[in-house]
Design a binder for this molecule. Structure first.
Ligand code: ASP
Length: 350
């Protein structure tokens, strides 16, 4: 059976926004349609230092044409260390709009750098109200590298979207033949292609040569069942820094974060949420001013439990969320004022 790679290139908000079909076949017309949104990252990177367009990345994977009709949209062309809350808000709205207005779209793939993929993925997991699959994909080797992993990861993402069980898990992260939930996944290795790991609760499934296999689903609220939303007028999210504790800390950085107008502060504390003496003292001063402090841990596994410090007012505990994901949740939650115990309920359930 001959199928064709169908690429419709769209550049949102620019004069280049007409669709362009590179090749079409009859069979391809029956394949599901997937929107690929390109944001940049190593998956777009070249040895020369340049970045490929989304369309060029897709065209380099002709086998995608056996899986889906691909429509490509350029969102940005930056490494993910340059992606921030402003991008999260615009990306969430764009994906929501496209899923709402195009009921026939099978799903969305977001190509993204791996450095902050966790944060973007979790933000979308909490804010895009859909049951259709949204899959984040990236690579650890650039497009010019021997054994570049981007093409295989992109093909895997499209195959995942075609799987009948792919919807309803929230946002997925697909790399290295593995399917992870946006909530649980963390980048664990600076260099290797098996960097994304869902250590404590495990991956959701695998992308094998013969088939895609789902084995479990998460129990927390997300996408359609999320209680966290982007409020209609929101363009700027509340300021919520992550402040790391360290041995011998005098808490001056924590106090500086408070003095610079933080709406809440996530502390990347020691194991179990324990902290240096000066940091513990600063909690009282900060929470007394109505600024919640959320205790997370620099240790990657095991919950940070409230019982570690009792239910002191103004403190909340990240549980098994990483500090950076707890921050994403708190930023969304504080679009309207919340007490620490209201934040705690959201941290426990999302
Ligand atoms: N610098 C890259 C980024 O955009 C790293 C990667 O994509 O793997 O995050």
């Amino acid at each position: 059976m001959r199928t064709g790679l169908v690429v419709a290139a769209l550049v949102a908000g620019s004069a280049l926004s007409e669709s362009r079909f590179i090749s079409v076949s009859l069979e391809a017309q029956e394949l599901p349609r997937i929107l690929v949104i390109a944001t940049g990252g190593t998956i777009a990177g070249q040895a020369t230092g340049g970045q490929l367009t989304g369309e060029q990345i897709v065209e380099a994977v002709p086998r995608l044409g056996n899986v889906a009709r691909i429509q490509v949209e350029e969102f940005s062309r930056v490494g993910s260390s340059a992606i921030g809350p402003d991008h999260w808000v615009r990306l969430s709205r764009r994906i929501t709009d496209v899923l709402d207005s195009d009921r026939g779209l099978a799903g969305v793939i977001v190509m993204h750098g791996t450095d902050t993929m966790e944060e973007t993925a979790y933000f979308l997991h909490l804010t895009v109200a859909t049951d259709r699959p949204v899959v984040m994909v990236g690579s650890m080797r650039n497009s010019s590298a021997v054994s570049a992993d981007g093409p295989a990861n992109l093909l895997s993402a499209a195959r995942v979207i075609r799987h009948p069980a792919a919807g309803g898990h929230g946002v997925l992260v697909v790399l290295n033949d593995e399917i992870h939930s946006a909530r649980d996944v963390r980048k664990m290795d600076n260099n290797r292609v098996d960097t994304f790991v869902s250590r404590e609760f495990g991956m959701l499934g695998v992308v094998d040569a013969d088939e895609v296999v789902f084995r479990r689903t998460g129990m927390t609220r997300h996408t359609r069942t999320s209680e966290l939303h982007l409020l209609p007028g929101t363009s700027e999210l509340p300021r919520v820094p992550v402040v790391a504790d360290f041995a011998g800390n005098d808490a001056s950085l924590l106090r500086a974060a408070f003095e610079h107008g933080a709406s809440a502060i996530v502390v990347q504390a020691f194991g179990g949420g324990r902290a240096s003496p000066a940091v513990r003292e600063a909690y009282d001063e900060i929470t007394a001013e109505g600024v919640p402090v959320v205790l997370a841990s620099r240790v990657p596994e095991g919950r940070v439990m409230g019982s570690a410090r009792g239910n002191e007012s103004g403190l909340a505990y990240a549980g098994d969320l990483s500090p950076h994901k707890a921050r994403v949740l708190v930023m969304l939650a504080l679009q309207t004022p919340k007490t620490a115990s209201e934040l705690q309920r959201l941290l426990n359930t999302h």
